[in-house]
Design a protein around this ligand. Structure first.
Ligand code: FES
Length: 69
C-alpha cells in the first residue's frame, strides 16, 4: 500500500456504526483474519446499529481481493 493509500485508509470509514476506520480492517486482514467474524473480533466492528449490513460487505470484498493473485 502506497503512502497515499495508507493516508486515505486512515480517513475512510470501515465500520460507520462503530466509527472504526478502514485501515484497522486492512490491518486485521494483513495480520491474518480470514473471515468477517475474525475481522470483527480483532477490530470491534459489526455490532453497530446496522447489524453489520454495511461493513460485512466491505470486509467480504477486501477478503476476496486478498485472495486474488
Ligand atoms: S457499519 Fe459496521 S455495524 Fe454498521
Amino acid at each position: 500500500m502506497s503512502t497515499e493509500e495508507e493516508i486515505l485508509a486512515r480517513m475512510k470509514p470501515g465500520c460507520i456504526c462503530k466509527g472504526i476506520k478502514l485501515h484497522r480492517i486492512l490491518q486485521a486482514i494483513k495480520d491474518g483474519a480470514e473471515s468477517f467474524e475474525e475481522v470483527a473480533e480483532m477490530t470491534g466492528i459489526g455490532d453497530g446499529s446496522c447489524n453489520s449490513k454495511r461493513c460485512r460487505q466491505k470486509v467480504a470484498q477486501l477478503l476476496q481481493k486478498k485472495e486474488e493473485p
